[in-house]
Design a protein around this ligand. Structure first.
Ligand code: PEP
Ligand code: MG
Length: 583
């Protein structure tokens, strides 16, 4: 049994065998072979090893003539490892005596060796670790060959373990079989966290080298509240966590039942609207079932994953039509594509930038590549005829950008009119407030933008200068930083004063304790991962606006994030006692 501590990003408890995705998405399940298959499987391993040897010899030969001897010697050591009698003996023994598949035997043995090397703090040995990774990959690639398993069709429940989940990996994953996520990298608002929250499954990120220390099939416990990940738990620990899984499921049911009966207002009758954040059209129906009153943020860049390329106008439209069908007349907020930085930069073939989060991402890319943007805008305008639809522009940093985008939208309208294609003429166009410059100068957008949605994931990142995906600075990513709170409060106040709808769609809104504070700032629209809706509905119906305002006044006099967190935690406990619903 091994215990690791990471950053908890989505609550709940899961227990299941690990499905390890490495950077090449190999899936190495713990599988056994029959006795009569031992000979044939051993031969398969030998064939994969010989192929690896000949591949390396080929590279080595090629290199010899053009670069120095030392480079070739790296491949020399790869050949030595592939011929190492002790290593080979161990792999063969795992196949013949333990009846492991060759893939699983290779991953087990290499994992042990790599771990031993990692424990030696020495530059030479850490270089050796890379050699072992390379060879393991080569062997697995040869072994799996055409047989690489299909991630979109899993036959049992799994916990996904990966270095970091890329949007395209998750797009193809059979999500109905995934009960938890654990990743080496990431922070509280990384893609893994967002996806886990959307699916309502536990996740822990920032686990360092977990994906290398674990083999497919190892049983993993994920505790999404404490950040604990337990590999191969002993019987007693496993039983204890199985009880907690049940407890968590019970909690969900009780909360859903309570929320279904709760008023859609605060205790003193102020209306509060709860929207859902979604990434795939399939999530819309689930969101409605969880009590969503519409979609407050559709991250449309994920349509890219579905089609593997920039979607056509018809493909966009088809997706929006499905969402509208599931919403049955509720509002659909379509955010135009937020490409770049952490989202599809590599897949979309974008130029590599030194500072992609500060580079040509999102609306900047849309304005640079107007054809991509206008294709989507045409579909959004047409989707407006299928149900209430709003268009939302991401990453706006200044009014010029917003106006430039609006001009393009007007151009699209003129084109559609000329072509005789019907569309929604008065579609509201709003913006995300997620860049500090937009939050500070919010008054400059008040006339032009139809609505505002505060993206706290990026707003926190840019305000505190802390990468939202970097586990090494995750402790600095604080929603309760006084600078962040002032910006949010200012935007809400400006929107309300001008009678423009304001929501918060960053992960902050989905946490009950922060929601209380946002209510006190004057927020009446929240857009959150669907599984958070019952909890928010319940807690927000239990306090008056005056109580929330009192809380926010208290917090705004404070300067220390930790102290603010404690005050908010106490308030949450007051209105939603842990004892009432369990965990
Ligand atoms: C945000 O930045 O808060 C947001 C909602 O957008 P995303 O997480 O997709 O960047
Ligand atoms: Mg954002």
């Amino acid at each position: 049994m091994e215990i690791k501590i990471g950053i908890p990003v989505s609550p709940g408890v899961a227990i299941a065998p690990a499905l390890v995705l490495d950077s090449e998405s190999f899936r190495i399940p713990k599988r056994f072979i029959r006795k009569d298959e031992v000979e044939q499987e051993t031969k398969r391993f030998e064939a994969a090893r010989k192929k690896a040897l000949s591949e390396i010899s080929g590279i080595k030969e090629g290199i010899h003539s053009v670069v120095k001897e030392e480079v070739a010697s790296i491949f020399g050591s790869h050949i030595m490892i592939l011929n190492d009698p002790k290593l080979l003996e161990e792999i063969r023994e795992k196949i013949s005596a333990k009846r492991y598949t060759p893939e699983y035997a290779v991953s087990r043995v290499f994992r042990k060796v790599i771990k031993a090397f990692q424990e030696i703090q020495d530059a030479y040995f850490s270089q050796r670790v890379n050699d072992f990774y390379d060879i393991q990959k080569r062997l697995l690639r040869n072994l799996l060959g055409q047989k690489a398993e299909n991630l979109s069709k899993l036959d049992r429940k799994v916990v996904i373990v990966a270095h970091d989940l890329s949007p395209s990996q998750t797009a193809t994953l059979d999500k109905s079989m995934v009960v938890g996520f654990a990743t080496d990298a990431g922070g509280a608002t990384s893609h893994t966290a967002i996806l886990a929250n959307a699916l309502g499954i536990p996740a822990v990120v920032g686990l360092g080298t977990l994906s290398q220390d674990i083999s497919g099939g190892d049983v993993v416990v994920i505790d999404g509240k404490s950040g604990r990940v337990i590999v191969n738990p002993d019987d007693e620990t496993r039983e204890r966590y199985e009880e907690r899984v049940k407890g968590f499921e019970e909690r969900g049911k009780k909360l859903a039942a309570t929320a279904a009966k709760a008023e859609r207002t605060t205790k003193d009758g102020q209306r509060v609207t709860l929207y859902a954040n979604v990434e795939f059209d399939e999530e819309v129906e689930y969101s409605v079932n969880m009590g969503a009153e519409g979609v407050g943020l559709f991250r449309t860049e994920f349509i890219y994953a579905k089609y593997g390329t920039h979607p056509s106008e018809e493909q966009h439209l088809e997706t929006y039509a499905k969402a509208h069908k599931a919403l049955g007349g509720k509002v659909l907020t379509l955010r135009t594509m937020d490409f770049g930085a952490d989202k599809y930069a590599a897949e979309a073939g974008l130029d590599k930038e030194d500072n992609p989060f500060l580079g040509c991402r999102s609306i900047r890319l849309s304005l640079r590549e107007p054809r991509l943007f206008t294709t989507q805008v045409r579909a959004i305008l047409r989707a407006g005829l299928l149900g209430p639809t709003r268009m939302m522009l991401p990453m706006i940093s200044g009014i010029e950008e917003f106006r430039q985008a609006k001009e393009l939208i007007e151009g699209v309208k003129a084109d559609l009119t000329r072509e005789g294609i019907d569309f929604r003429k008065d579609m509201p166009v709003g913006m995300m407030v997620e860049v500090p410059s937009a939050a500070i100068a919010i008054d400059s957008f008040i006339e032009d933008a139809a609505f505002f949605s505060i993206g706290t994931n990026d707003l926190v990142q840019y305000t505190i200068a802390v990468d939202r995906n970097n586990q090494h600075v995750a402790n600095l990513f604080r929603h309760t930083h006084p600078a962040v709170l002032r910006l949010i409060k200012g935007v809400i106040a400006a929107g309300r004063a001008a009678n423009k709808p304001v929501s918060v769609c960053g992960e902050m809104a989905s946490e009950a304790r922060f929601a209380l504070l946002l209510l006190g700032f004057g927020l009446r629209e929240f857009s959150v991962g669907p599984q958070s809706i019952p909890e928010l509905r319940t807690i927000l119906s239990r306090l008056t606006v005056a109580e929330a305002e009192q809380l926010s006044e208290q917090v705004m006099k404070m300067g220390h994030c930790g102290d603010i967190d404690r005050v908010l935690q106490d308030a949450e406990e007051k209105f939603l006692p842990r004892a009432e619903f369990g965990e």
